[in-house]
Write a protein that binds this ligand. Structure first.
Ligand code: FAD
Length: 427
């Protein structure tokens, strides 16, 4: 990029799913577009548990899912409540949810998936520039007219910030403030190699099929949870927790993940596996409340996780699908022209993203109930265990056993009722 570089229609910063989707759609619409990525290869810096909802890929371009290098289609959903050495699993299996013969969700490995997606975008005409870190915006007369990278400038009609969770471009543009610690979770993840037949036997799935497992009660009382997703010949095991509470707890995310691997509910599932990859990343947790009031200004807009488009619903995290649909909406807004903010809001509304995030707004309150992480998993396990324990004594009524478990966990009835009310109101 030199001073004499000709201006392009659009510069997209960040080759994650939002940035690639946006650049791809702009290229398909005949716009000249440069996609700038700081990683030396696309996907090398991107972290996700790995579950992708396919409707979003179809929103980028119909038929894309069939060509995508996904790992397995999810046919089994599992939620595991655990304490130090016990666990209780709710498992939902059956005919896999499908729309138009496509699985509704699949697992992906970002390094493979993002690289494929970027190749598609390049084939459509996107100019991909990897290994370049954008340092700042180029602003003239209050309008964003390009970017600065490595001391050189590059000009464009519009700059799109798709630079992920801690978007400094959106901050520099004045659209968002500093990211606060309670707005994010910190995630660590291992990819563990296992052969396909072993995965299928252990998770009770067929060839090409996979399981998505969310775990609660495995974070040493710290706000957060864990996930385990099956890939073609590996599994992705990770933990996402509140960074503020981890620091205060004296534990580490790495320590929690190692303890999880040794837990009796997880150890047999990963036994014999070799760790291929270890990654750490932040993820937004504040839902719609974290989305900035303005998403655009003259010559600039923000998309994907940079705009806060992530939902943590407890039983699933949705960041990749929202990144894809918001990237498409950003491209549509640029193609539509006129006032960017209005055009972008209109395109987002058409995509259903704001309505989806609004509908889940209360989950932040539900997920904010501390006892969900510290107390309830153990309490539920105590009650379940008492139900399955038979001895020579006459069984006590279930309500008595529930009260005994509540006493043992120091949870008064009024606290359970209060949490229940918060829970019901929030969903
Ligand atoms: C542990 C964990 C588990 C998750 N699990 C799931 C899941 O199972 N399903 C799901 O849907 N979502 C999940 N998410 C969330 C999801 O991964 C993200 O919301 C999503 O990837 C965001 O996409 P994006 O394109 O907006 O940003 P990213 O994918 O973060 O892409 C941003 C890109 O911008 C680049 N970049 C940043 N700054 C610059 C710069 N200055 N110059 C050039 N390039 C730059 C980065 O290198 C990166 O490639 C998870 C997140 C974490 C951390």
């Amino acid at each position: 990029m030199g001073e004499d570089t000709e201006a392009v229609d659009v510069i997209v910063v960040g080759a994650g799913l939002a940035g690639i989707a946006c650049a791809y759609r702009l290229a398909l619409a005949g716009r000249s577009v440069v996609l700038v990525e700081r990683g030396t290869t696309v996907g090398s810096k991107n972290v996700s548990g790995g579950r992708l909802y396919t409707y979003a890929l179809e929103a980028v371009e119909a038929g894309l899912t069939r060509e995508a290098p996904f790992e397995r289609s999810v046919v089994r959903e599992q939620i595991v409540m655990m304490d130090d050495d016990r666990s209780m699993t709710v498992s939902l299996a059956g005919p896999p949810a499908a729309v138009d013969d496509l699985p509704t969700s699949v697992t992906v490995l970002r390094s493979r998936f993002d690289a494929w997606f970027a190749d598609r975008a390049e084939a459509a005409g996107v100019m991909l520039a990897t290994g370049i870190r954008v340092d700042s915006l180029l602003v003239e007369d209050g309008r964003v007219v390009g970017i600065m990278a490595g001391g050189e400038e590059m000009r464009a009609g519009v700059v799109v910030a798709a630079d992920g969770v801690n978007s400094f471009l959106a901050r520099e543009a004045g659209l968002v403030g500093e990211l606060s610690a309670h707005a994010v979770g910190v995630g660590v993840k291992e990819v563990i190699a296992l052969d396909a037949a072993t995965i299928e036997a252990r998770f009770g799935v067929g060839p090409g099929e996979g399981a998505a497992t969310l775990m609660l009660g495995c974070t040493a009382g710290v706000h957060g949870g864990a996930f385990l997703y099956t890939n073609a010949d590996s599994v992705s095991l990770g933990i996402v927790v509140s960074p503020e509470q981890v620091t205060a707890s004296g534990t580490t995310t790495h320590g929690m993940l190692q303890a999880l691997k040794a837990h009796p509910a997880v150890r047999p599932l990963v036994a014999g596996g070799t760790t291929l990859e270890y990654a750490a990343h932040l993820v937004r947790e504040d839902g719609w409340r974290g989305v900035p009031k303005r998403l655009a200004r003259d010559g600039f807009l923000v998309t994907g996780e940079a705009a806060g488009f992530v939902l943590n619903l407890g039983y699933t995290v949705r960041g990749m699908d929202l990144a894809l649909v918001s990237g498409v909406a950003a491209a549509e807004a640029i193609v539509a022209g006129g006032d960017l903010e209005i055009a972008y809001r209109t395109a987002l509304d058409r995509s259903g993203l704001p309505a989806t995030m609004h509908a889940a707004d209360g989950y932040a309150d539900l997920m904010g109930i501390e006892r969900l992480y510290r107390t309830y998993p153990g309490l539920v396990l105590d009650v379940a265990q008492s139900l399955f324990t038979v001895d020579a004594r006459a069984p006590r009524p279930i309500r008595t056993q529930v009260r005994a478990a509540m006493r043992a966990h120091h949870v008064p009835l009024r606290a359970v009722l209060r949490d229940g009310l918060v829970g019901v109101r929030s969903i």
